[in-house]
Design a protein around this ligand. Structure first.
Ligand code: ASP
Ligand code: MG
Length: 406
């Protein structure tokens, strides 16, 4: 029997009515003769509430306790959904991530899945059960409960789909699929029927919230087609798969934006080997992830080094960088929040001139100043003033004619 993995996000299971609605959708899939494994998120808002609760009893809750606490959100949803299915006369069982064999490393709050031991899930499927798995969590070899990082249920779903050999992984959410840009910013934004893994990975990494980048990465690695669709409608959604990336179209596929950007500039850095390492190694050790890095051409062997971090990490990063800047003889260390990132993404950009020029002139027509530029083979990213991000996304959508069906 063909197996599908379905994942329902927090807004899709936000209250009892919505959980019953999800149960009906699962029943319909089952009625088509499919075996079904379901992964759920915590009911909308629950994870945030649990975090708040933790910080109301402790200034710095311990990582282990925080992860065990947060894992309960998904357990609540999975049990309620199993009950709703049983109420409809279907056979269902809920499993925590640990029970479902999601084995992770011990990096609390950002654990990585090392393997999936699928025996229990397979045994329950063989008994005829619909298996509901609590997303976002796993267990270490020491039997401690971990979580995978915010939005981690998508990753659980794709990992399970890969280990069970599912025919597809369906991610149900509150939007109709992947759009050419955020439709809240650009009303003409168009839903994509399909997209390649590579393009989706860049879109998700650079700000599209619809599916977690780690899930896309796993999908690509194990060649699992991922459908992103709404749990509130029957529209067909967006299929993320390998085939789409093969057809190179001379076109931008989509625009991502991210408002969570701050930058740090180390001014007057001596230009000699080892300096970048001296700055970035301690940042890595402090678990601060760095995004765009730009080093200016040096004048008289002195240069400036600028990089971006998430706003929430700015203070921590400055505390790490300031003493280093002093010890390597840099002049000063400046920081700025209030930035945003806009990116154009498409495999059709590879080896094709003109995309950067078109992007920059679209931004300049809006009088938007570009502070930093970064590129990959299929992406160009500009760091700009946060307040201009909306205008930038609209202008780029127009400039690359993304409202026109390909
Ligand atoms: N409940 C977790 C979060 O809010 C995980 C998830 O929804 O995927 O981040
Ligand atoms: Mg979520």
């Amino acid at each position: 029997m063909a197996l599908v993995v379905q994942k329902y996000g927090g807004t899709s299971v936000a209250d009892a009515e919505k959980i019953k609605n999800v149960a009906k959708r699962i029943a319909a899939t089952r009625a088509k003769g499919k075996e079904v494994v379901v992964v759920v998120s915590a009911m909308g808002g629950t994870t945030d509430e649990l975090i708040k609760l933790a910080y109301s009893v402790a200034e710095k809750p311990s990582d282990r306790e925080l992860d065990l606490l947060l894992s309960t959100g998904e357990v609540v949803t999975s049990t309620l959904l199993a009950m709703a299915l049983e109420e409809m006369g279907l056979e269902a069982i809920s499993l925590s991530g640990a029970q479902a064999g999601i084995r992770t490393d011990a990096a609390y709050s950002r654990a990585r899945i090392q393997r999936v031991d699928p025996e229990r899930v397979v045994a329950e499927l063989d008994k005829g059960n619909i298996v509901i798995v609590a997303g976002f969590q796993g267990v270490t070899d020491e039997m401690d409960i971990t979580t995978l990082g915010r939005g981690g249920s998508d990753t659980t779903a794709v990992a399970l789909a890969a280990s069970l050999g599912a025919e597809s992984c369906q991610i149900y959410t509150d939007v109709e699929g992947v759009f050419t840009a955020d439709p809240r910013l650009v009303p003409e934004a168009r839903k994509l029927n399909e997209i390649g893994y590579e393009e989706m990975l860049e879109l998700a990494t650079y700000g599209a919230k619809v599916v977690h980048p780690r899930a896309v990465e796993l999908g690509e690695l194990f060649e699992i087609p991922i459908l992103v669709a709404s749990s509130f409608s029957d529209s067909p959604g967006t299929l993320i798969h390998g085939g789409a990336a093969m057809e190179v179209r001379n076109k931008v596929r989509g625009i991502a934006h991210d408002l969570d950007v701050a930058k740090i500039t180390v001014v007057g850095v001596p230009d000699r080997p080892g300096i970048a390492a001296a700055i970035f190694e301690p940042l890595a050790k402090a678990n601060i992830s760095i995004d765009t890095i730009v080093q200016n051409a040096s004048i008289d062997n002195i240069t400036d080094l600028t990089f971006t971090v998430a706003k929430s990490q700015l203070d921590k990063a400055m505390n790490v960088v300031k003493p280093i800047a002093q010890s390597i003889g840099a002049r000063e260390c400046l920081s700025a929040a209030g930035l945003g990132k806009v990116s154009i993404i498409g495999t059709g950009m590879q080896n094709t001139p003109g995309f950067a020029a078109r992007m920059f002139s679209a931004l300049s027509e809006q009088k938007i100043n570009i502070q930093l530029i970064a590129t990959s083979e299929i992406r160009i990213t500009c760091i700009i003033d946060e307040a201009k991000v909306g205008d930038a996304v609209k202008a780029l959508h127009r400039a690359f004619e993304l409202e026109i069906e390909e």
